[in-house]
Write a protein that binds this ligand. Structure first.
Ligand SMILES: [Mn+2]
Length: 489
């Protein structure tokens, strides 16, 4: 099947030339890290001349950069379909598979490249690296079958952990988080100090117990004259997290917060973020809330840095304990029976009720489909109805889907996070679907504002505060990410 020459005849020489020029322009935008503009231009080039594999290959990597893994996958496949000898197409597709944690499928593509180019050193390296991950995962699965129910939490012996005399960081008081502890912790972190591993483990064990006692859907009451703050993705940007508290006040019983998932990964201060948030959860259990994001999962943590960071700052065992804790994070929060908050969004089915969300058995890795998957991964779209996700996971839902869901469940609107927005927030679906994203200048490259939402119990009207990124110590985002991920791009 030779598709390469099939359509060429219908493309005029002028369009062939025009498309090439636009592609060059797109490449320049890509180099300047303006990925959205690059995508727009590659799309124009493709419209003018849809027969060139490179256009799809290049747009694929731009989609990868903007986390549209599903679109990246489609484009890579299209590039391969147009030109089976276009080796980069296999690389791109492998990259999309890897980003989604589908290592076996990625391995198949790397294998194709090594077969096509047996002397290519780079291809061999990527194949070997990917194969290592596949084997390691198979190995880990094998051990887990041996002692299925044994939890890491049970195997941790705090008594055996000694606090050295020279330790001058924050200390728990009789094993409990206090306000003084939190103030000392944040000061220590600002100065790039560390929490003792004994206290770190204690916090993880205690917060796991706390989340285990809570339902998948948390119901929160905000009194008439009280405020309530909702924050979106933090992604390991500790100094920006501190800035939120400076702008909006420290968490307290009268200043409650909900952090809506994706606390970790990408940013290289994820450990600092998560212990700060877990500390506040333990200090103010009824006034501080956290919901699970798609990055509170094992494959994401493996690829995007959190696992590497925990191993670098503590131990591999602690990173496994984190996986257990994340499995118990609530999936959604309902405020005053009027506003539903989740990380990703709504569902591929029309008849989903709050009661059904409440009943989700969440103690697991996020599945690849179903309600739990969609809560963590979905995105809104402007078009009516639903569409396959640009990410390749979850679903895209239109304004009519939102409206129906709200009517069925007698709600006013939803708040979700999960997508970087220039202003830090976006109001869509006729005011009924609000996105909030709290990591400004995401990954040190996106140039976006961060935002948070403040509501009052009386009218539940959202008020937005936006802010710029603050400086952080010179550790780049993705410093602890899987080395293969940097090989992809
Ligand atoms: Mn997310």
């Amino acid at each position: 099947m030779s598709v390469t020459t099939e359509n060429t005849s219908s493309v005029t020489p002028e369009n062939v030339e025009k498309a090439e020029k636009i592609k060059e322009e797109a490449n320049q935008c890509f180099r300047k890290q303006d990925y959205n503009k690059a995508i727009e231009l590659y799309t124009k080039a493709i419209e003018l001349n849809p027969t060139i594999a490179v256009y799809y290959g290049n747009r694929s990597i731009a989609y990868l950069k903007t986390e549209c893994f599903g679109y990246a996958l489609n484009d890579a496949s299209k590039a391969i379909e147009l030109d089976k000898t276009y080796v980069k197409g296999y690389y791109r597709r492998a990259g999309a598979h890897m980003s989604l944690g589908k290592f076996k499928l990625a391995l198949r593509d790397y294998e194709m490249v090594t077969k096509a180019k047996p002397n290519d050193v780079d291809a061999k390296l990527k194949y070997t690296e990917c194969n290592k991950i596949v084997k390691q995962m198979a190995f880990e699965r094998a051990i887990r079958v041996d002692d299925t129910k044994k939890s890491i939490a049970d195997s941790i012996n705090l008594e055996n952990m000694v606090i050295e005399d020279e330790y001058n960081g924050p200390k728990l008081l009789d094993g409990k988080v206090t306000l003084e502890f939190m103030e000392h912790l944040m000061k220590t972190y600002r100065e790039q100090g560390k929490l003792h591993r004994k206290y770190a483990y204690k916090i993880l064990l205690d917060v796991k117990q706390m989340f285990m006692s809570q339902p998948s859907l948390m119901e929160i009451t905000i009194p008439d004259n009280s405020k309530f703050t909702v924050c979106g993705d933090i992604h390991g940007q500790f100094y920006d997290l501190m800035n939120i508290f400076e702008l909006n006040g420290m968490p307290s019983t009268t200043n409650p917060y909900l952090f809506n998932g994706d606390f970790v990964d990408r940013g290289s201060f994820s450990v600092e973020c998560i212990f700060t948030l877990f500390g506040f959860k333990l200090l103010y259990p009824d006034n501080f809330f956290m919901s699970r994001g798609n990055h509170e999962s094992q494959t994401m943590n493996q690829m995007y840095g959190f696992e590497g960071e925990v191993k670098a700052k503590y131990t591999a065992q602690m990173s496994e304990l984190f996986t257990e804790v994340y499995n118990w994070l609530p999936l959604a929060h309902c405020l005053n029976n009027r506003v539903l908050v989740m990380h990703g969004g709504l569902f591929s089915r029309d008849d989903v009720t709050l009661d059904e969300i409440k009943k989700i058995d969440r103690n697991r890795q996020p599945p690849e489909e179903g309600l739990m998957c969609e809560l963590l991964w979905s995105d809104p779209q402007q078009q009516l109805g639903r569409a396959p996700s640009k990410r390749g996971v979850g679903v895209q839902f239109g304004p009519d889907v939102t409206k129906n869901f709200l009517e069925l469940n007698k709600l006013d609107y939803i708040i979700r996070s999960h997508e970087v927005k220039n202003e830090g927030y976006e109001v869509a679906h006729d005011g009924k679907c609000i996105t909030v994203f709290s990591a400004p200048n995401y990954c040190d490259t996106m140039g976006n504002n961060g935002a948070f939402i403040v509501l009052n119990g009386k009218d539940m009207k959202p008020e937005y505060t936006t802010y710029k990124a603050v400086p952080h110590p010179n550790v780049k985002p993705m410093a602890y990410a899987n080395s293969l991920l940097s090989l992809i791009c």
